[in-house]
Write a protein that binds this ligand. Structure first.
Ligand code: TYD
Ligand code: MG
Length: 455
């Protein structure tokens, strides 16, 4: 008879303790301990698979003695994913992809699985049946006759499948559904996630096989399970977007093998996710007449220049407290811009409801779009449209000054590529004298800009 015991785990960092504690001694968070049943028995996640030490030696070596040898990456067809990963898959790496339900995580990874040619892919699903996955695969216009499905949740059985199939790439959908026979607690609990993720990582490292793990996220948008999970894996990607919009953004929040500045953009279509290689064209809505309250900003998402459309609506407040609402832009920053407009430009924003929306369901954190936001707000306030060939770039400071932004050349060349005629930017952005065909207007203060635009 196996011994059953319970243990307490910290929801935040995964630390364990034999008794309940109010404050986690490891991460100092309060009230994060929960009780789980542990039932240890002697069975193990067998490592009978083909080993590949992968240039790793079994004893400590001098850093100097390690041979350089360029890292061999496995190339991925999906260029957006490859970009986010830093240019291909690193053998033995573990990539965790998180995102809200229905955002398209399973679709993305199934698609990636089907795009591999001459690679044996094992897609493990604890969420859907084989027929469901087959139905999904039929919608996707790729095929790989070396893609195996396995609808199993026990890591011990999955370990056997690894030995049998010897996959080149493994996809696990999702880590929260896996369970280890060693532990009695339910799948998705902290101890199960720790154990099963540990098993998958061990497999990846010992055999040099890349593993993708799909992870659920909690209500507040963080990956479910212990924070520890994010420390254990090599790369953490976040798949996000508004479910009501077709655009999805793949962002990396941790990457041991590349920069976390890159993003990938996809469009959800009836036949799977389409890579969007020129995002600006779709983020700017097509319109045949000039509308007030619309301004275009040149921003950067990671290293990619992107032109986005800001829409603003300013209307007289009917209730005592005016409403402020912002989609895709920091609401606190919006309040700050409104206060600057009130104080420095004399616009009576305190009496107005203000709504701001970034088109396409995008969320932008770059302060370089401040100028575009202000232009859209004032355009709506004055009810004067802005010429659709004008684009804005600049950060607004608290005293109404317009500050320089980074990588201005890249932003401007993107605007030029898309046929813009005029760019408003900070006079502090020193531009190299180039033969750009754009009309560049340098502004130092917000009221100067408003003078130029609205007279
Ligand atoms: P899914 O990959 O199941 O999301 P997740 O695994 O993140 O929960 O994606 C589900 C949504 O994607 C679903 O609402 C239907 C939609 N979808 C398409 O629009 N086109 C497609 O080709 C596929 C496969 C799914
Ligand atoms: Mg899914």
């Amino acid at each position: 008879m196996a011994k059953t015991s319970t243990s307490f785990f910290c929801k935040n960092c995964g630390a364990s303790s034999p008794k309940w504690v109010g404050k986690c001694p490891a991460c100092n968070e309060w009230n994060t301990y929960i009780e789980e049943v542990i039932h240890k028995e002697k069975t193990d996640f067998k490592s009978t698979w083909k080993k590949d030490t992968h240039g790793r030696s079994l004893k400590p070596v001098l850093l100097e003695d390690v041979e350089k040898g360029g890292e061999q990456r496995i190339s991925i067809q999906d260029l957006e994913l490859a970009r986010v990963l830093g240019g291909g898959l690193v053998p033995g790496s573990v990539v965790l992809i998180g995102g809200e339900p229905g955002i398209g995580k399973s679709t993305l990874l199934l698609q990636v699985a089907l795009q591999f040619k001459n690679k044996k892919v094992l897609y493990i699903s604890g969420e859907e049946s084989e027929t469901q996955i087959k139905m999904r695969a039929e919608r996707i216009p790729f095929s790989n006759n070396n893609c195996y499905l396995f609808t199993e949740t026990s890591t011990q059985k999955i370990g056997k499948a690894f030995t049998e199939i010897q996959p080149d790439i493994v996809i696990v959908d999702s880590i929260q559904t896996l369970q280890s026979d060693l532990i009695d607690s339910t799948p998705g609990s902290i101890s199960q996630i720790k154990e099963t993720a540990g098993d998958m990582i061990r497999f990846a490292k010992e055999t040099g096989t890349p593993v993708f793990l799909i992870g659920h996220i909690t209500k507040d948008g963080t990956l479910a399970g212990p924070k520890l999970l994010e420390h254990m894996v090599d790369t953490v990607l976040q798949f996000e977007g508004d479910r009501h919009h077709v655009y999805r953004i793949l962002r990396s929040t941790k990457n041991r093998f590349g920069s976390t500045n890159e993003i990938g953009i996809y469009e959800m279509q009836s036949g799977g996710l389409r890579e969007v290689s020129n995002p600006s064209e779709i983020l700017i809505s097509q319109r045949d007449e000039a509308l007030s309250g619309v301004a275009i900003s040149a921003t950067l998402e990671g290293m990619r220049p992107l032109l986005i459309e800001t829409q603003a609506l300013v209307s007289a407040a009917v209730y005592g407290t005016p409403q402020r609402n912002s989609n895709g832009y920091d609401a606190k920053r919006l309040n700050m811009l409104l206060a600057i407009l009130e104080k420095k430009c004399g616009l009576r924003m305190g009496m107005q409801d203000v709504f701001v929306n970034i088109a396409g369901g995008l969320r932008v954190e770059d302060p370089g779009i401040d100028l575009g936001i202000v232009a859209a707000i004032v355009s709506s306030y004055e009810n004067i449209p802005i010429d659709s060939k004008i684009c804005f770039v600049g950060e607004v400071g608290l005293s109404g000054e317009i500050r320089a932004v980074s990588r201005i050349e890249q932003r401007i060349s993107e605007a030029e590529k898309l046929g813009f005629k005029t760019v408003y930017l900070s006079k502090f952005n020193k531009l190299p004298k180039s033969k750009s065909g754009l009309n560049i207007v340098e502004v130092g203060k917000l009221d100067e800009l408003l003078g130029f635009l609205f007279g």
